[in-house]
Design a protein around this ligand. Structure first.
Ligand code: LER
Ligand code: MN
Length: 275
C-alpha cells in the first residue's frame, strides 16, 4: 500500500511547497488538485517544472483529481456540452501524460448529477458515450480513468463502488476503473472493509479522509480494519489523503501550519496501523 496526499490539502501554498512537504512527511506520492494547482491551460514549461519538482523530491505523482470546474456539464443532452466534456477530459489526459501519472480521478459530483427535468436513461447513455470516447483516448496514452463513488449529498449518480463498477463495465473500456473515498463510503456502503473486499483488480485508487473529512484518525472511521483488508488484498494502488471540502477552493485550513499539523497527525496514525 502506498500513501499520497492531495496538493490542495496544505491550504493556500504553492504546489512546489506541497510536493516538498509531502516527501518530507514520508508520503510516497502527491496527487495534483488540477483545478487549484495545474489547470490544463498551463504551458509545457510549467508541466516540466511540476514533473521535475516531483522527481527531485523522490516521490511519484499518484493521480490527478478535481478535474472539473463549473463550466463542464457532464450530465447533459446538449451536443455542445458533450463535446466540451470530451475535449476537456482529453486535455486532462494529455496533462497526466506530461506530468507523469497514469491515474485520473473522475469525481465531478455536481456535474454528473441528473436534474429532475432530465431523462435519466438518456443522460446515462450520454455519460457512457463521453467515457467510451475519452476512455479510448486514455487507452492510447496508457492512462486509467478511475470513476469515484460519491455520497448522495454530492451526486445522484454512482454512490457506491458496485454502481461505479457497473458504469465502468458499460463503457467497455479496459482502462476505465473504479475508486472509493472513505468519507463517501462511510455514508453509502454497508461496510467499508466489505465493499473493498468485494472489489477485484478494478479498484485502482482510494481517497482517505475521516468521517468529518479531516485526516485519518481525527474522526470515527475504523481505519484499522480498512488497512487490514487492503493488506489482505495485496492492494497495490495509492491511498491518498483528501482533506478538504467538496471544492478545492473551499480549503479546510487557512494556514499552512495548521494544515501541516493535520497531515502529520494523519500520517503517524496510519503508520502505526500499517506496522
Ligand atoms: C469530493 O467530495 C471528492 O471526494 C472528490 O474526490 C471528487 O472529485
Ligand atoms: Mn474523493
Amino acid at each position: 500500500v502506498k500513501f499520497s496526499l492531495c496538493s490542495a490539502n496544505f491550504g493556500n501554498v504553492s504546489l512546489k511547497k506541497s510536493i516538498e512537504r509531502a516527501a518530507e512527511l514520508g508520503f510516497d506520492g502527491i496527487e495534483i488538485t488540477v483545478m487549484f494547482h495545474a489547470r490544463p491551460t498551463i504551458n509545457i514549461k510549467e508541466r516540466k517544472n511540476i514533473k521535475k519538482w516531483i522527481s527531485d523530491s523522490g516521490i511519484e505523482c499518484s493521480a490527478l483529481h478535481f478535474i472539473f470546474d463549473k463550466d463542464i456539464k457532464l450530465a447533459s443532452e446538449d451536443e455542445i456540452d458533450i463535446e466540451n466534456s470530451i475535449t476537456h477530459i482529453k486535455s486532462v489526459i494529455d496533462l497526466a501524460v506530461d506530468i507523469g501519472t497514469n491515474v485520473i480521478v473522475v469525481g465531478g459530483g455536481g456535474s454528473r448529477s441528473t436534474k429532475s427535468f432530465q431523462n435519466k436513461s438518456e443522460i446515462e447513455k450520454n455519460l457512457i458515450k463521453i467515457f467510451s470516447i475519452t476512455g479510448g483516448y486514455a487507452l492510447e496514452k496508457n492512462v486509467f480513468l478511475a470513476i469515484e463513488a460519491l455520497n448522495r449529498y454530492e451526486t445522484n449518480f454512482i454512490n457506491t463502488l458496485k454502481e461505479a463498477k457497473h458504469f465502468a463495465d458499460k463503457t467497455n473500456c479496459p482502462n476505465i476503473k473504479i475508486m472509493g473515498d472513505t468519507f463517501h463510503m462511510n455514508i453509502e456502503e454497508i461496510s467499508i472493509p466489505q465493499a473493498i473486499e468485494e472489489t477485484d483488480e478494478n479498484l485502482i485508487h482510494l481517497h482517505f479522509a475521516d468521517s468529518n473529512r479531516l485526516a485519518p484518525g481525527e474522526g470515527h472511521i475504523d481505519f484499522k480494519s480498512i488497512i487490514h483488508t487492503l493488506k489482505n488484498k495485496i492492494y497495490k494502488g495509492f491511498c491518498s489523503f483528501e482533506v478538504f471540502a467538496i471544492s478545492p477552493d473551499l480549503l479546510h485550513f487557512n494556514t499552512y501550519e495548521e494544515a501541516d499539523r493535520h497531515m502529520k497527525l494523519g500520517k503517524s496514525f496510519i503508520d502505526k496501523l500499517i506496522q
